[in-house]
Design a binder for this molecule. Structure first.
Ligand SMILES: NC(=O)c1ccc[n+]([C@@H]2O[C@H](COP(=O)([O-])OP(=O)(O)OC[C@H]3O[C@@H](n4cnc5c(N)ncnc54)[C@H](OP(=O)(O)O)[C@@H]3O)[C@@H](O)[C@H]2O)c1
Length: 322
């Protein structure tokens, strides 16, 4: 089935800077070409990288303005290009519920994307949860894979109440690992319900982790990037190949630990992350993985949503609703 191009509401960055540079605009949504689908967006997952990319801290080439924002969403297929039936997910049809990830320009009410960016949304998952699972989930799988987390390991997760940390912890618990995680004290009770042993971050952290894990710590996963997280990881984990960070870009090389993601000296792990998508969708659908949605905002209030995310204590995914 084919369709003609339409328009959508989108949020773009018109300059480099803080969330105030975001503008709501009307954009063209091209008709899907071969191997593409158009998706009517129901929910958009926000991530810290969304604002970092237009902050100027990761490059400020003016020729890239206005910049599309956002990498992931969930929605309903509204048009299908020729040959868009990718064998790995079966033929896609109008009305199918899908998750789209790894794209540029997810802050929109409709998008046309290649089917390689699409997986089916499990019926049991809400659009809000589904919109927020892939970026953090792929990162979490990369963290566990890079450090070979297995049954019987004791894993320290720095920032376990964060979106990446909580998915990494759930997957590690599912593998049969013991998870000790750092979080603000008011989150501890909720974290225990996930089978996580919570400890407060801050002065004295190494001693609190030793008390919580007298058997010792085999693996440390850092999603925070503070000196404290790196130093405590180095102090407690003997094998540096089993310490990985997604945030300590300034310290990883000197500390001899694994740096994952996009940036100088980091392992992007695209195959691992992309390959995890079907597994993450299945786990979400089966209720084996939970995505906590902390707050939703209308798409037009993306600037307020990203200001909230940038405070660093959202307590779950922040989701935009077109
Ligand atoms: N390299 C990559 O591939 C990659 C991929 C995804 C994300 N990231 C980065 O990883 C970081 C986390 O992302 P996210 O999506 O999980 O963010 P998030 O959902 O906003 O979570 C951030 C968490 O950090 C915790 N935190 C804040 N200050 C802390 C401190 N001093 N010590 C310990 N924990 C602290 C907060 O815990 P409390 O609420 O308990 O205070 C919060 O839960 C961001 O910097 C993001 O850009 C990197």
């Amino acid at each position: 089935m084919s369709a003609s191009s339409t328009t959508a509401t989108a949020v773009v960055a018109t300059a480099f800077g803080g969330p105030e540079v975001l503008s709501v605009v009307t954009t063209d949504v091209p008709a899907p070409g071969p191997g593409e689908v158009t998706v009517d967006v129901r929910a958009i997952g926000t991530n810290p990288v969304d604002y970092k990319l237009f902050s100027g801290s990761m490059g400020a080439d003016p020729s890239t303005l206005p910049r599309p924002v956002g990498m992931e969403l969930a929605g309903v297929v509204s048009a299908v290009g020729e040959g868009a039936g990718d064998l790995s997910i079966g033929d896609l049809g109008v009305g199918d519920e899908v998750i789209v990830s790894g794209i540029s320009g997810a802050y929109a009410s409709a998008v046309t994307v290649p089917v390689a960016a699409v997986v089916r949304k499990p019926a049991a998952a809400s659009f809000e949860e589904a919109a927020g699972v892939m970026l953090v989930g792929g990162t979490a799988v990369h963290l566990l894979t890079a450090t070979s987390v297995a049954a019987g390991d004791t894993v320290l997760v720095h920032g376990v109440a964060g979106s990446v940390g909580l998915v990494a912890a759930q997957l590690a618990v599912r593998e049969g690992a013991t998870v000790v995680g750092t979080a603000a004290p008011h989150r501890h009770e909720a974290l225990r319900a996930f089978g996580i042993v919570p400890v407060a971050y801050g002065e004295g952290l190494a001693d609190r982790v030793r008390a919580a894990a007298p058997q010792g710590v085999d693996v440390a996963l850092d999603t925070v990037g503070t000196d404290e997280a790196v130093d405590v990881s180095l102090e407690l984990v003997a094998d540096r190949d089993r310490i990985a960070t997604i945030a300590a870009f300034g310290r990883a090389a000197e500390a001899g630990i694994k740096l994952l993601g996009n940036g100088p000296g980091a392992d992007p792990g695209e195959d691992v992350r992309d390959g995890a998508r079907p597994l993450l969708a299945a786990a979400l659908g089966a209720g084996e993985l939970r995505v906590l949605v902390a707050r939703t905002f209308p798409l037009a209030e993306a600037a307020a949503a990203l200001s909230f995310v940038a405070e660093g204590h959202a307590g779950g995914k922040v989701v935009l609703l077109p």
